[in-house]
Write a protein of this length. Structure first.
Length: 246
């Protein structure tokens, strides 16, 4: 019985150490980028030895894969299919079914205590992964095209239903929205505002609202369907949207 207790304790300690390594990696990469950190840096951040880091993550690439999975899990926007043989992303799918659901998912992201770190992480890795030799290049290619196609198709649907009132083509509007998101994400990296992450989401949603040309009746209907737990983010969005309209 004593041996069993020790084994369970060792297992729990191992999981806790792994989580500490993963959390430290997310924080450091969000600030320095993947190229700017080493496994030894992670060890120093956690307060463990370099071999202890390697025990849980045998390479930087293995650690980055876990960081990406955690980032996407917390963002809750895109799901991925990986090649079983090499672990590379081969397909991406936007999880929310409609643009409204997508907005709700972004509001939930805004309420995540780590929203600024998640946005910083996505921003810096998206830039680094533009290189075809980067280990998560395929991941971000699939991610970007999946989100673009989702936005394009949703704008097409909303326009056909008379909800979106815009002269912009769906493909151009989708590309513009993605450019706005990455621009806002980059700008947020230079802000020392603790609410920078939440504000980034609110501004993006307000810009989306404006470019789609949604009228006040649609805005009211959307507001009535907003879950209570993201009501504060929606209120922030309305304030920003009001500023853009004035």
């Amino acid at each position: 019985m004593t041996t069993g207790r020790k084994n369970r304790g060792s297992y729990s300690t191992g999981l806790a150490t792994r989580e500490s390594i993963l959390n430290a990696a997310m924080s450091l990469i969000s600030r320095r980028g993947f190229a700017g950190i080493s496994l030894r840096d992670i060890g120093r951040e956690v307060g463990i030895s370099h071999p202890a880091v390697i025990y849980h993550f045998p390479s930087k690439e293995a650690l980055l894969g876990s960081v990406i999975n955690r980032m996407e899990e917390r963002a809750g926007l895109v799901d991925f299919v990986e090649d079983a043989e090499n672990g590379r992303t081969v397909q991406a799918r936007v999880i929310p079914e409609t643009l409204f659901d997508f907005a709700i998912a972004m509001m939930r992201l805004a309420n995540n205590p780590d929203v600024s770190m998640i946005i910083d992480l996505e921003c810096i890795l998206a830039v680094e992964a533009a290189s075809t030799t980067h280990p998560v290049h395929d991941h971000f290619v699939a991610r970007i095209y999946a989100i673009h196609d989702f936005l394009r198709d949703e704008v097409t649907r909303l326009a056909s239903e008379g909800i979106a009132k815009t002269d912009l083509s769906p493909a151009f509007l989708a590309k513009t929205l993605m450019q706005i998101w990455f621009g806002l994400s980059l700008q947020a990296r230079y802000s020392d505002d603790e609410q920078a992450g939440r504000q980034t989401v609110a501004i993006f949603l307000a810009q989306t609202h404006r470019l789609l040309g949604l009228d006040s009746d649609t805005t009211l209907k959307v507001g009535q369907a907003i879950p209570e737990e993201v009501g504060d983010v929606y209120a922030r969005f309305l304030r920003v949207a009001g500023t853009l309209s004035s």
